[in-house]
Design a protein around this ligand. Structure first.
Ligand SMILES: O=C(O)[C@@H](O)C(=O)CO
Ligand SMILES: [Mg+2]
Length: 250
């Protein structure tokens, strides 16, 4: 059975931000991820992690003021200055919070120039912070119309061109299912590139068991592939209290 973590940007979001850490720990989680920790002083987040004995797996780069804004500049030709500024800011948070990974968001752009910019920017980030693990994650175009990285084949093409050991794939079973129709098949093809895993049940992006996806088979496939990292629950609970949506874990 994989080890499960909680994405507290989606899980426990019925609680104020700083209360979610205690709730996650009380529900049995030992690790969390936070998509955008930038609205709170890093020291406060650090305190909440430490006082609840939680490991931080992942933050996103960028951005502060993300809500309703542009989801990243990595694949935006001409956006290199803003990209580097955002990465430096994420790394300042990372110095204190020590996330295992930073998910670098691509932004809204398409085409060959965008791909070249994306590759160059990822190489820059990888070389600027060689001690930091970075990830890229394909997002389905229903949720993120126009987002550059909308396909797993494209993600692998990019990773091969970037060719840095500290840049890898973030496999999100929900997006894989929405994009390619069969998350298990995507995992079979690309698990060797996976540095981090997230889960949610398509099509509603709620907890496992709320849609047709076979999570028992998927968890078995994670184990069988030799993946030993975290599997992070990243979904919107169908229940009022997040705790009541966690039955799938057992
Ligand atoms: O799957 C998602 O939507 C997230 O992992 C993410 O990083 C986009 O904000
Ligand atoms: Mg995800």
């Amino acid at each position: 059975m994989p080890k499960f973590a909680a994405n507290i940007s989606l899980l426990f979001s019925e609680l104020p931000y700083l209360d979610r850490f205690r709730a996650a720990a009380a529900a049995g989680f030992e690790a969390v991820e936070i998509l955008y920790p930038y609205d709170t002083a890093a020291k406060e987040t650090q305190r909440a992690l430490m006082s609840n004995g939680l490991e931080l797996l992942l933050i996103n780069a960028p951005p502060p003021n993300y809500t309703g804004g542009v989801p990243g500049y990595a694949a935006i030709p001409g956006g290199e200055g803003r990209f580097q500024h955002d990465i430096r800011r994420s790394l300042r948070y990372a110095e204190l919070l020590r996330p295992g990974m930073i998910h670098v968001m691509a932004g809204y752009e398409k085409g060959a120039e965008a791909q070249q910019a994306y590759i160059r920017n990822l190489q820059w980030a990888a070389d600027w912070a060689p001690q930091q693990q970075f990830t890229i994650e394909p997002l389905n175009s229903g949720d993120q119309p126009g987002y550059f990285l909308d396909d797993y084949n494209l993600a692998i093409e990019v990773l091969e061109a970037v060719d840095r050991a500290n840049v890898g794939l973030q496999f999100d079973a929900y997006h894989a299912q929405m994009i390619h129709g069969d998350a298990a098949q995507v995992w079979d093809r690309f698990s060797a590139h996976a540095r981090h895993v997230q889960i949610g049940a398509a099509p509603a992006r709620s907890e496992p068991g709320t849609g047709p996806m076979d999570f028992a088979a998927l968890f078995a496939a994670f184990d069988a592939s030799g993946y030993s990292g975290w599997v992070s629950a990243e979904y919107t609970p169908s229940t009022r209290r997040t705790e009541d949506s966690l039955g799938w874990m057992s």
